[in-house]
Design a protein around this ligand. Sequence first.
Ligand code: ADP
Ligand code: MG
Ligand code: MG
Length: 203
Amino acid sequence: MRPLDAFAVADWLRAFAADVAANEALLTDLDRQIGDADHGANMNRGMRAVAALDPAEFPDARAFTKKAAMTLVSTVGGASGPLYGTLLLRLAAALPPDGPIDRDAWSVALRAAVDGVRQRGRAEPGDKTMVDALQPASEAFDAAQDDPWGAAARAADAGREATTPLVAHKGRASYLGERSAGHADPGATSAAMLIRAAAGTLS
Ligand code: ADP
Ligand code: MG
Ligand code: MG
C-alpha cells in the first residue's frame, strides 16, 4: 500500500476528477434517463474544485480530505454533494496519522465512509443509489486475498451494473417508480469511478 499523506489522497481524487471530466456526458445522460440530467455537471464542477486544491498546503491526509469534503458540499449542489461530502468527511475522521498504512486501516476507513453515506441518505443496497457500488466495494476490499483495492474496484463496477434492472427507492429517480428500471444509476456509476481511481493510486 502506498504510504498515506495528503499527496496520496490528492492523487486519488485528481484521478477521479479526470475520470469524471472524461465521462461528464455519460453521467449526465444516465441522469437524464432517471433524474434531472445534472449529475455529470454537478460532479465535474465539484471535482474540478477539489483537483485544484494544493496538498502541500495541508498538514496531513486527514486535513486535506476534510477540505475536499467541504469543497464538494459547497460546490456540487444536488443530492450527490452532501453524500460525497459525508463519504470524505467520515473517511477523513477514520484515517490514521500519515505514514505507512496497512489494509486493515483502509478497511476501517472505507467502511466508515460507506456507513456514513448509508446513514446520510437512508439508503440500503438495492435502493438503486451510489450505495449499490460502495457497499460491495467495501465488502470486497475486506474479503480480498490480495489486491484489495482492485477487488473493491471490480465489485463496485459489478454493483453499478446490477443497478440497471432495479427500481429506485431513493432520490429523484424514485419519483419515476417502475419506470426507473432499465437504466444504470448515475451516482453508482460515479462511485465506481471513485473506487477505480483508488485502485490506481493507493494500492
Ligand atoms: P440530484 O438528484 O439532486 O440532481 P445528482 O444528480 O448529482 O443529484 O445525484 C444523483 C445521485 O445521487 C443518484 O444517482 C444516486 O446515486 C444518489 N442519491 C440520491 N439520493 C440518494 C440517497 N438518499 N442515498 C444515496 N444516494 C443517493
Ligand atoms: Mg441529478
Ligand atoms: Mg439536480
